[in-house]
Design a protein around this ligand. Sequence first.
Ligand code: 5AD
Ligand code: SF4
Ligand code: FES
Length: 363
Amino acid sequence: MINEILKKGEFEKNDIIELLSLTDKDDLEKLYSAAYEEKLKHSGKFVYFRGIVEFSNICSKNCFYCGIRKSNKGTERYFLKMDEILDAANFAYEQGYGSVVLQSGEREDEVFTDFVEEAVKEIKKIGGGALGITLSVGEQSEEIYKKWFDAGAHRYLLRVETTNRKLYKKLHPPDHSFERRVECLKIMKKLGYQVGTGVMIGLPGQTLEDLANDVLFFKETGVHMIGMGPYIPHHDTPLSDSIPDFENAKELQLELGLKMIAVVRLVLKNANIASTTALQALSGTGRELGLKAGANIIMPNLTDTKYRESYQLYDNKPCLNENAGMCRGCLEMRIRSIGEEIGYNQWGDSLKFKAERESLSNN
Ligand code: 5AD
Ligand code: SF4
Ligand code: FES
């Protein structure tokens, strides 16, 4: 059964649901290795680094699942100084990471948007524009996205979290809008960003059909990058008890996360797919498993250790007591252990984006 589906090359919704339903260990191995083979075709044995700076946990939103939501009074709020961000970016440059990601809670006020613009411009100066810059700072107006693009940001990550509208409504307060998220992705694409999105996997009430719809949504919207991870309850949120006995559910949650990576690789083929930190919150080798299931991007944490405790979107986040150098060494070792190499000093742009550009210029 699985062999027949894998042979197809193009997958319909029912095929995707079948693949996501696999439980037999041999079948799962077949799925992961087919996805890994597909990854090898596009990025060879390389994994690309995106050093992530979590520069502020101040958020104007209140997503019910997130540990830094506005109403969580248990988290001490911080906002990095420009120098601290530039120190992290310089570290990334010196270590040959190729790219950085600036991530924070969502804010649309001018103090914030001006600061981000300035940060992008300053990072661009490092090594004469050597670093690729990805922003992951939420929904914004077209004008702001354009300003940041013109400043030098060329990739943007904005997860839609789930494409099931009803579920989206259950996970967010009434003024949070799925439609606006999708509109933002369209605007970014139009402006010329490499666009990334993603969902949380294993959300309470989420079905395999929902996940299959998510995968088809990624395909239809023509996004270039995918960042997805298993949902992990945070103790200080309205959804803290949403998965009963989470300790025992972890293994299945991880497995579903890996199946999604594999399926997205098989469906999107040449997109960049991250093996996210949330996988490692569920298992010590979670990120290696993500790479073996078809991911090709890792985001080493560059955030100064003293802020890490306050940037916990979910419980059990790894690397809280480590620093950027330790994470580098650790990931290098992990990546080597599975026979892969790090694409140092390269942007590692999405091949999907490049292919799209080439077909545009040939027409
Ligand atoms: N579990 C897993 N991922 C989460 N995120 C936020 N809260 C959680 C959680 N409890 C993810 C969201 C968001 C990204 C920055 O972090 O998908 O887009
Ligand atoms: Fe803010 Fe993002 Fe967390 Fe929602 S998921 S509360 S927007 S940081
Ligand atoms: Fe941070 Fe392993 S990746 S310590």
